[in-house]
Ligand binder design. Structure first.
Ligand code: ADP
Ligand code: MG
Length: 238
């Protein structure tokens, strides 16, 4: 579960080709970071994988099955939005339960998953609060909890920490890495922050203008950047 393959995936908005055809395989359980400057197409690529945008060309396979035409719900992936995407009028418990309610998960099973997610994310004592009564980091954990309870084949994060201050960001980075170690579920994490990429990724995909400049481990990219763009972006000594 959790292998994602892109075959010749391309995206055009009108006349503008934002993503030229690209191939990429993400293996089950990998922590993959898409990194690149603002506007290079990271969010678009993630939204194509999530099914929130239609591809202009190519195919998307999830665990070997063609998911190109599948609705977002059918893909079994969970997108983690920034913490402000929580429902302010609902308790933490209800926020976390919401996607399960939509999916028709039985109540007892909902409660079991909420307890497990709350425990994993240190939210057990906050389930009856509303998002407005939580810190930024706690709100971000609720957003992650809402994804965990769907038991997705992969988690998709789009710059989830960009709202948080620098100190909190470091802590949340560690928490997400620990969560990955514990769940061992595929995670795709979008950021423009090289440090996040280098410290969190098993595999980094460096993007520029919708093209993949290089794919490799943090060490690969640091020691053997393929070109000046990758070297400059990653900060390696070449
Ligand atoms: P990133 O997440 O790396 O900052 P995006 O994927 O948001 O980049 O955007 C990539 C490019 O696609 C940008 O030039 C952006 O203006 C363009 N773009 C994104 N979404 C749309 C859209 N719905 N319509 C037209 N252009 C878009
Ligand atoms: Mg973006």
């Amino acid at each position: 579960m959790g292998q994602i393959t892109l075959q010749g995936v391309a995206k055009r908005f009108g006349e503008v080709e934002v993503i030229p055809p690209l191939d990429l395989t993400i293996d089950d359980g990998e922590f993959v970071v898409f990194v690149g400057p603002s506007g290079c197409g990271k969010s678009t690529l993630l939204r194509l994988i999530a099914g929130l945008e239609d591809v202009s060309d190519g195919r998307i396979l999830i665990d070997g099955a063609d998911a190109t035409e599948a609705s977002p719900a059918k893909r079994g992936l969970a997108m983690v939005f920034q913490s402000y995407a929580l429902y302010p009028h609902m308790s933490v418990r209800k926020n976390i339960a919401f996607p399960m309610k939509m999916a028709g998960v039985p109540k007892a099973e909902q409660d079991r998953r909420i307890e497990a997610a709350a425990k994993a994310l240190n939210l057990t004592n906050y389930l009856d609060r509303r998002p407005g009564q939580l810190s930024g980091g706690q709100r971000q954990r609720v957003a992650i909890g809402r994804a965990i309870v769907r038991e997705p084949a992969a988690f998709l994060f789009d710059e989830p920490l960009s709202n948080l201050d620098a100190a909190l960001r470091v802590g949340m980075r560690l928490e997400i890495s620990e969560l990955h170690n514990r769940l061992k579920t595929t995670m795709i994490y979008v950021t423009h922050d090289q440090v996040e990429a280098m410290t969190m990724a098993d595999k980094i995909v460096v993007l520029q203008a919708g093209r993949i400049e290089q794919v490799g481990s943090p060490l690969d990219l640091y020691h053997s950047p393929r070109n000046v763009f990758v070297a400059g972006f990653i900060g390696s000594p070449r």
